[in-house]
Design a protein around this ligand. Sequence first.
Ligand code: ADP
Length: 224
Amino acid sequence: MQNLVELRNVSVTYSNGVDALNDVSIKIKDGEFVFVVGKSGAGKSTFIRLLLKEIEPTKGRLQVNGFNLTKMKKRNAYRLRRTIGCVFQDFKLIESMNVYDNVAFVLRCIDASNKYIRNRVPYVIDLVGLKDKAYCKPSELSGGEKQRAAIARALVNDPQLIIADEPTGNLDSKTSQDVLGLLKITSQKFSQTMVMITHNEEIAQLADRIIRIEDGRIVTRSGE
Ligand code: ADP
């Protein structure tokens, strides 16, 4: 099976001299459901920002979804990002748009046809269990429903890789389990690779593999 994410001896030093990642090598295979765990300040967000080409490594090489990020020009990063679905702790939904338009927005940005949008958007909204809330604004949704809407938005473009950054950070434990279960089911259904970031060790039980980061270094790669 091919590696969807591969970091080779990657280090990131921010301009203030902080070594956020230190000689990190990671391989994540196509279809894996991986949790990246570590305390606040360990380097988890830096890892995600690298995968999205928001920042560049100071040293080392990385490849994501078949793209060589070391060679890729910054202006072409949108090509990479179209192959990645993101789910965030604070949902990042557009407050002025209802669920349908939040999800459709992704497809409108890539000039999908109206016919495709009319078929695809209700399909993913139904899949995440929000059929009855499709025309609600985010302010009219519970935290769990907002995260379901955000998951629909992440899935609508059929990405190879889903990155979920503390997706249950703002949810109670029952709702967290529901949201995690949904992410597990959808990643299996669409054979997507999942990289889930969390500081909460308890929710990492669903993982195929846990990658642990401490002070910018990988300390365990269980299951490898
Ligand atoms: P985590 O997501 O695990 O909380 P981060 O990747 O955000 O950790 O941070 C790792 C280290 O890098 C921390 O010491 C943090 O203070 C530092 N850091 C993060 N972002 C920046 C930045 N933009 N500039 C300088 N230092 C940063």
